[in-house]
Design a protein around this ligand. Structure first.
Ligand code: FAD
Length: 287
């Protein structure tokens, strides 16, 4: 008979880490990815350690830095960032991912720690805001760039848990655009673009652009960032810059879309993301 997985319910981060290290248990937060393991033909782990009851992993605090606990749900993040124009892109990412039921369960930590999930909405939004992550284990904490966690989650975590995300307060203009296959549906997006722009006198001074779902791991788009610097703050101009610099993307082929299509939709998505950021500057409603 197959033993059902064991569930650990720690009350401290230390106990959670001990369950991972000593019993080989796997962290579980909202469970929206873990619960679908059979659909991906992945076996259940022999044990899971529930993180959502840990108070240290909850809460959003907005001060000189923004601190987001790993067990904050997409819906909670959307609520906490709704009144912050500089977080418009992150708000959009949290408020538009998946569907309402998933957003009430899925957590920030699960979104960033799920290996082999290229279509996470929060990753590009946080990458272009210069986010860092704090991981706990061995009785101490380690802070590292989000890009390091995304590119090598196994070594960044290695028996640790993601405790929180931190990012510096800024006055950047931020925007987020995603292309689901079915409008309004819960499909994973074919491509995602997030932008964070510093601008003055109608010109872009510096740009950060991050892309999700096009390659296996979300990443920044340095060629476009360089091309946008000094350009007018204009979605149509951003589309032209994106068309000139899109050659470096190797789109991934998957059941929802071929790689060439993901690459092709990038320039218009860049235009939409810049338009979204401009809405923030114009004081447009955040929905
Ligand atoms: C139908 C459907 C559609 C979806 N569409 C989208 C979408 O469009 N965009 C989107 O962004 N998301 C989408 N999601 C959500 C997707 O599952 C995300 O990856 C989700 O955010 C995972 O969060 P979770 O808390 O449920 O993670 P879980 O399922 O609990 O865990 C996922 C992984 O992360 C690890 N983990 C979780 N928390 C931590 C932590 N603090 N430290 C270390 N490891 C940790 C777990 O061990 C596991 O490997 C969708 C989900 C479903 C079911």
């Amino acid at each position: 008979m197959v033993e059902p997985p064991r569930l650990h319910q720690p009350t401290t981060v230390g106990d959670a880490v001990a369950a991972i290290r000593e019993d080989g248990a796997v962290p579980i937060a909202g469970g929206t990815w873990v619960m679908r393991s059979p659909l991906r033909n992945e076996p259940w782990a022999k044990g899971y350690v529930a993180l959502t009851g840990l108070p240290e992993l909850r809460g959003v605090e907005i001060a000189a830095e923004l601190r987001i606990g790993a067990c904050v749900t997409h819906a909670e993040l959307a609520g906490a960032t709704a009144g912050e124009p500089w977080l418009r892109g992150l708000h959009r990412a949290a408020a538009r991912s998946a569907n309402p039921a998933v957003r009430r369960m899925a957590t920030v930590g699960g979104n960033l720690c799920t290996a082999a999930f290229p279509a996470a909405d929060l990753s590009p939004a946080l990458l272009c805001l210069g986010a860092q992550v704090v991981v706990s284990g061995d009785g101490h904490e380690r802070r590292l760039p989000l890009a390091d966690l995304l590119s090598a989650p196994a070594s960044a975590l290695d028996g640790r848990i993601l405790r929180e995300v931190r990012l510096p307060r800024s006055d950047l203009l931020t925007g987020h655009a995603r292309l689901p296959l079915r409008a309004g549906g819960g499909d994973y997006p074919v491509a995602i673009v997030s932008v964070a722009l510093a601008a003055a006198d109608g010109l872009i001074e510096t740009a950060r652009v991050a892309v999700g779902s096009v390659e296996p791991v979300p990443r920044r788009w340095p060629e476009l960032e360089a091309a946008l610097a000094g350009c007018p703050l204009d979605p149509a101009e951003a589309v032209r810059c994106a068309e000139r610099t899109a050659h470096g993307w190797s789109g991934r082929d998957d059941v929802d879309a071929p790689g060439w299509y993901r690459r092709r939709v990038l320039p218009p998505l860049v235009g939409r993301a810049v338009g979204d950021a401009l809405g923030a500057r114009a004081g447009g409603a955040i929905t």
